[in-house]
Design a protein around this ligand. Structure first.
Ligand code: NAP
Length: 287
């Protein structure tokens, strides 16, 4: 099958219930495009760890949004993503959009493996998502009023998952993005302490940022039941990737969409208004 606007083939959205995939799937559906969710809870199910589950979701698919879980830095991820991309192209997929990671050497190897399939490819390389504070591992600490991280004073230009999804959907549905590599950041550098402070201001609650060592962080995460594989990813990200290599803004969103990225303050204000950071009064935590 070839990619064809008029034919409107199905887009397989891997990680389609996650932070970016869910938004990509919503946007495609709004555009009237057929979408299939590729995840363990999809129908049919897709599991990165079980290659027998890969072919059925690719049936009748013309394009794929490739979001790997948990991270392209985990051992075996480069080979796995490359193998999936080769299978997808063999099965007639014409277009791929790969969600990579900014400043991550392993993610760059995965980019290369997918590039070698010769599909129509767009690579999006985002920095840390703002939505980690509201839809992932930083939500509980925000609700608890204390965010303890080994993040030092290194600033990051947090990027909004809505912007990532807008770029991915443009690349999946429009011409002019094939062959592009978009580095995606927000418009402003913030340390994690400053980001937490902006969330505290938006919620009107006291939320403290507490600096901790990598070992303290890993120990606390393991005690809270975070899977070992995810703890490893997080310590890699905080201990290695957060060393200042990404402490500058990039122009990927402007290049892809012709507009400026969303600011962290807008994310914080709108997320606070959604109620996701509201603390139930019964918990006894001061609002
Ligand atoms: N978070 C960030 O700040 C950030 C920054 C840069 C790059 N990235 C990259 O973005 C990618 C996704 O990370 P994320 O944090 O945004 O996660 P996410 O997409 O929010 O992760 C959850 C998604 O992955 C699916 N999933 C989980 N295990 C799976 C498995 N074994 N097989 C298939 N699907 C599975 C989940 O659905 P089911 O539970 O139904 O399977 C869900 O759709 C990663 O490669 C990461 O490196 C993330």
């Amino acid at each position: 099958m070839t990619y064809d606007d008029n034919n409107n083939p199905t887009t397989l959205v891997l990680g389609g219930t996650g932070k970016t995939g869910r938004r990509v799937a919503q946007r495609l559906t709004t555009l009237g495009r057929p979408v299939r969710i590729g995840s363990r809870s999809g129908e049919p199910p897709f599991d990165w760890q079980n290659r027998a589950t890969w072919p059925p979701p690719l049936d009748g698919v013309g394009s794929v949004y490739v979001s790997y879980y948990p991270d392209l830095a985990v051992p075996g991820a480069v080979e796995t993503v490359g193998a999936f991309a080769r299978l997808a192209v063999e099965r007639g997929v014409a277009r791929l959009v790969l969600l990579a990671g900014r400043g991550e050497p392993q993610a760059e190897l995965a980019e290369q493996a997918v590039r070698e399939t010769a599909a129509e490819l767009t690579i999006v390389r985002p920095t840390w998502f703002s939505q980690n504070f509201s839809e992932d591992y930083l939500l509980s600490p925000v609700l608890a009023g204390e965010v303890a991280l080994p993040a030092g004073d290194t600033p990051e230009p947090f990027v909004d998952a809505d912007d990532i999804a807008d770029v991915a959907v443009a690349a999946l549905t429009q011409e002019g993005h094939v062959g592009q590599l978009y580095e995606l950041t927000g418009p402003r550098l913030l340390t994690f302490a400053q980001a937490v402070d902006e969330i505290a201001q938006a919620t009107g609650r006291e939320i403290r940022y507490v600096p901790v060592s990598i070992d303290e962080y890993a120990g606390a995460a393991a005690d809270q039941g975070v899977p070992a594989e995810v703890v490893k990813v997080l310590t890699h990200l905080f201990g290695e990737v957060l060393d200042g290599r990404n402490a500058h803004v990039a122009d990927g969103i402007r290049r892809a969409l012709g507009r400026e990225p969303r600011d962290f303050a807008d994310y914080a204000r709108e997320t606070a208004a959604s109620g996701v950071w509201d603390v139930p009064i019964a918990s006894g935590v001061q609002r």
